[in-house]
Design a binder for this molecule. Structure first.
Ligand code: ADP
Length: 497
């Protein structure tokens, strides 16, 4: 035996001790690990708790979001409904029809089923019903009676600046009272304003106790009440404008009638005047012809030789008779043309040819005054449609006048013709004394003569231009004068092409 029992025992004890120590060591290690695991498990548990909380929060938020979404959808639907209703209301221009445009379906779209509207009648001091939706016949009369029995309460409500609704507030009593009268469980009551003044109120509500009025509902009904107020104001404005227009039309009609009868009277008077002038002129012509005839017989010495002085007086009688005959003839012609008794013989008329004949008539005067007389008629303006003898009178009058008023030296008269549209425009210009602005219209009136030194020397009747104007107008043309004092005048007139 190499090793004794003792040795074996020692070895065994040692081995056992080592094993125990190793086991203890391992145990300590495991314990550490376990501790670590516990810490980790605690950490995990906390994370799980937190996650659970978060999950709960998410669910809660989701529910709230859904609720908000529902409310938003309701609000948007309400706004759309309100927009449609507002459009209907705002395009109604008749006061009576404004409330009638609101239908049951409109109120349902707003989320309610009952609606009433009242306007305050200041004359009768009572509320007049305008709208009732969602009520049976039997309900309506008691509501009206109730409102007017308790009118002070509703009048005050209508004049409150704020909308009243059944959202709990300190107005609990009022809310209860209104719910009882209008058979609602919740409602919104909003005043109707015109230019900031309360004129009535609108109440919209529901019987359904599950439906609660929200702030959004309050806003919607307030907007609707404002729209009604605006539409009532527009309708009033429209009615006022319409009334004013009717009155204006009536006034215009009356004035037109008055003007027409005044015009008829003027025409009658004018015709009487023309008839009178025509008759008087006619009556004057016969004795004038006799006077002239007798004067000629006497001057010719047919009743014996007369002294020179008598002959010169007779000559004056003769000349004055000529002037008087001229005046009478002009007067007669004016009245005849004015009353339409002289028809214009319209025919093609060659102006340059007519003017060359007329310049022959004035040849002596042109020569005497060494006058420069020129005619410049465009080719396309040479032919007009007119009465030859009357247009000849026009030129004779205008040229005759020009000769009277041009200076003694370097005198110029020019006649030109241009085509413009369907008319030919003729200008008769001179370098005479000109016409003051204030007389430019008046010279075409009968017997008007300008108060100037030339007129004091030159005889005239003041009828020439009036006759010319009547002739031109009888042709459908116009006549006017231009120019400045001391720098000549241009008489322009138009004739149909
Ligand atoms: P009368 O020549 O007989 O006076 P008219 O009716 O022909 O009458 O003319 C009215 C007035 O117009 C004339 O008195 C004259 O003062 C003014 N008048 C007419 N033609 C001219 C002209 N070419 N230049 C300046 N004045 C004129």
């Amino acid at each position: 035996m190499l090793f004794g029992n003792e040795t074996i025992g020692i070895i065994l004890t040692l081995s056992f001790s080592i094993a125990i120590i190793s086991l203890i060591f391992l145990l300590i290690l495991k314990m550490d690990r376990l501790k670590q695991c516990k810490v980790e498990i605690d950490g995990l548990k906390k994370t799980l708790d937190e996650m659970d909380e978060q999950a709960k929060l998410i669910v809660r938020t989701d529910i709230e979001l859904n609720k908000t979404q529902e409310e938003l959808d309701k609000k948007i639907a309400g706004l759309y409904a309100l927009q449609r209703l507002s459009r209907k209301i705002s395009t109604t221009l008749e006061e009576k029809l404004i409330f009638r445009t609101i239908e049951g379906s409109n109120i349902e779209e707003l989320g309610f089923e009952k609606a009433c509207g009242f306007l305050w009648n200041d004359k009768d001091k009572k509320f007049m019903p305008q709208l009732n939706i969602g009520y049976i016949k039997e309900d309506i009369i008691p509501i009206d009676t109730n409102i007017n029995t308790d009118r002070l309460f509703y009048w005050e409500l209508m004049n409150r600046p704020k909308t009243l609704s059944s959202i709990p507030s300190e107005d609990a009593d009022a809310i209860k009272k209104i719910n009882a009268v209008f058979k609602t469980t919740s409602f919104v009551l909003s005043p109707i304003l015109i230019k900031g003044k309360a004129v009535g109120f609108l109440i919209v509500g529901t019987e359904d106790s599950d439906v609660a009025v929200s702030e959004g509902d309050e806003e919607l009904i307030t907007i609707l009440a404002n729209q009604i107020g605006q539409a009532l104001e527009n309708a009033k404005l429209f009615e006022n404008t319409w009334r004013a227009q009717q009155e204006l039309e009536k006034k215009i009609e009356q004035r037109t009638r008055e003007l027409k009868s005044a015009l008829d009277e003027v025409n009658i008077v004018s015709k009487r005047k023309s008839d009178f002038i025509s008759a008087v002129s006619h009556e004057l012509r016969t004795p004038l012809t006799s006077i002239k005839g007798y004067a000629s017989i006497l001057m010719a010495g047919k009743l014996g030789q007369l002294p020179g002085e008598v002959i010169s007086r007779l000559d004056k009688i003769n000349r004055h008779s000529d002037e008087l005959a001229h005046l009478v003839n002009d007067l007669l012609d004016i009245s005849r043309i004015e009353s339409g008794r002289v028809a214009m013989k319209m025919e093609p008329l060659e102006l340059s040819e007519l003017l060359s004949g007329i310049s022959d008539i004035f040849a002596v005067q042109f020569k005497e005054k060494q006058m420069e007389f020129s005619v410049d008629i465009d080719r396309d303006a040479d032919i007009v449609t007119a009465d030859r003898s009357q247009i000849k009178r026009v030129f004779i009058n205008l040229i005759g006048n020009a000769i009277k008023f041009v200076p003694a030296q370097n005198a110029k008269i020019k006649i030109s013709g241009r085509l413009s549209d369907m008319f030919v425009r003729i200008d008769v210009s001179d370098n005479g004394c000109g016409i003051p602005d204030e007389a430019k219209e008046k010279i075409f009136e009968e017997f008007y003569r300008i108060d100037n030194p030339i007129n004091e020397q030159v005889r005239g009747t003041g009828l020439g231009l009036s006759l010319v104007k009547h002739i031109i107008e009888a042709h459908g043309g116009k006549i006017w004068v231009a120019g400045k004092i001391n720098s000549g005048s241009t008489f322009s007139f138009t004739l149909p092409k």
